[in-house]
Design a protein around this ligand. Structure first.
Ligand SMILES: NC(=O)c1ccc[n+]([C@@H]2O[C@H](COP(=O)([O-])OP(=O)(O)OC[C@H]3O[C@@H](n4cnc5c(N)ncnc54)[C@H](O)[C@@H]3O)[C@@H](O)[C@H]2O)c1
Length: 255
């Protein structure tokens, strides 16, 4: 029988879809097991069936609800008994113009992305510490670095995540916990597919402004997350690694 005793465990918020699900697949392919934490029960059931019940467990968690997050990590402590990495990939997109955005919509985006990431890191901390250290990878975005019209709540949340990442990297390094963030450009997932379908995102100018000329596949971002999650990146801490096809360094203003 396979010895699963020391299988490294990843907790992945937003793990039922897109970048989170691809990261789960990558972690399992590397020999680990995953705990998927997501709001979407259907998505969780499908993801666990795909990954295999021996390698994956799904939990319905709302990152805006502290009790739900705390209970989830208590459960990881009881069931898996260890935690090696945390990937914060829960998120939504809700573009609106700054002159029109409601307090409720603005706060909700910050609550899910920024405070949600903080809640998850805080709840995971005792388990990571008990483990003798581990890694945290937070999902930032090109929106952490650029001003984007109609996306004030998203850019604010993602810039906040980059700041939070740097502070946790400094605060928790002495306990062997490394915290980094990945900054994807546009990735082909349900999140962007929905925006395109609703007419809230035109992918043509985005491709034209991306030096690589295309959206990323979620697997390409998962590979970067995997690097930041494992000892391959053992001296990387507090870094925002852009995986954006060159979008944020593009200085070609001539053509
Ligand atoms: N897709 C992109 O182009 C892109 C680019 C840069 C950054 N990101 C970021 O990557 C992360 C993942 O995005 P994705 O494209 O994979 O999206 P996705 O929609 O495919 O997956 C997001 C998942 O988060 C879950 N979720 C939403 N609210 C939640 C909550 N309150 N509690 C728990 N789970 C919740 C959803 O159910 C969904 O399964 C997000 O933080 C997003 O902002 C995405």
């Amino acid at each position: 029988m396979e010895n699963t005793l020391h299988r490294p465990v990843a907790a992945i918020t937003g793990g039922a879809s897109g970048i989170g699900l691809s990261s789960a697949k990558r972690w399992v392919a590397g020999g680990g097991s995953v705990v998927l934490m997501d709001l979407a029960q259907d998505g969780l059931d499908k993801a666990v069936a795909e990954l295999g019940a021996g390698a994956a467990r799904g939990m319905r968690v709302d990152v805006t609800d502290n009790a739900s997050v705390v209970a989830a990590f208590e459960s990881v402590g009881r069931v898996e008994g260890r935690l090696d990495t945390v990937i914060n990939s829960a998120g939504i997109a809700r573009p609106s113009l700054s002159r029109e955005v409601s307090d409720e919509d603005f706060s909700l985006m910050l609550d899910i992305h920024l405070t949600g990431t903080m809640r998850v890191c805080r709840a995971a901390y005792p388990l990571l510490k008990q483990n003798g250290g581990g890694t945290i990878v937070n999902l930032a975005s090109v929106a952490a670095l650029a001003g984007m019209p109609g996306r004030a709540s998203y850019t604010t949340a993602k810039a906040g995540i980059a700041g939070l990442t740097r502070t946790l990297a400094v605060e928790w390094a002495s306990e062997g916990i490394r915290t980094n963030a990945v900054g994807p450009g546009y990735v082909r997932t349900a999140l962007t597919d929905t925006l395109v379908a609703e007419g809230k995102l035109d992918d043509r100018p985005i491709k034209a402004r991306t030096p690589l000329g295309r959206f990323a596949e979620p697997e390409e971002i998962a590979e970067v997350i995997y690097f930041l999650s494992t000892s391959a990146s053992s001296y990387v801490n507090g870094h925002l690694l852009m995986a954006d096809g060159g979008m944020t360094v593009d200085g070609n203003w001539y053509a």
